[in-house]
Ligand binder design. Structure first.
Ligand SMILES: [Zn+2]
Length: 54
């Protein structure tokens, strides 16, 4: 369980998460980055949807 930094809703991460993973808050729809897996800590993900790295 972790809390959304945006709306403080409890987020049930019922699977193994890894650092750097992006999850979505079901409550407010914010993209959240897993900055720490143990204990789970979430930060708002930077708004970068377009990654034209290639
Ligand atoms: Zn939220």
């Amino acid at each position: 369980m972790a809390n959304c930094p945006e709306c403080d809703a409890s987020i049930d991460l019922g699977y193994d998460v890894v650092e750097g993973e992006i999850v979505e808050c079901e409550d407010c729809g914010a993209d959240l980055e897993v900055v720490s897996a143990n204990p789970i800590e979430l930060n708002l993900a930077p708004e970068e949807e377009e990654d034209w790295g290639e």
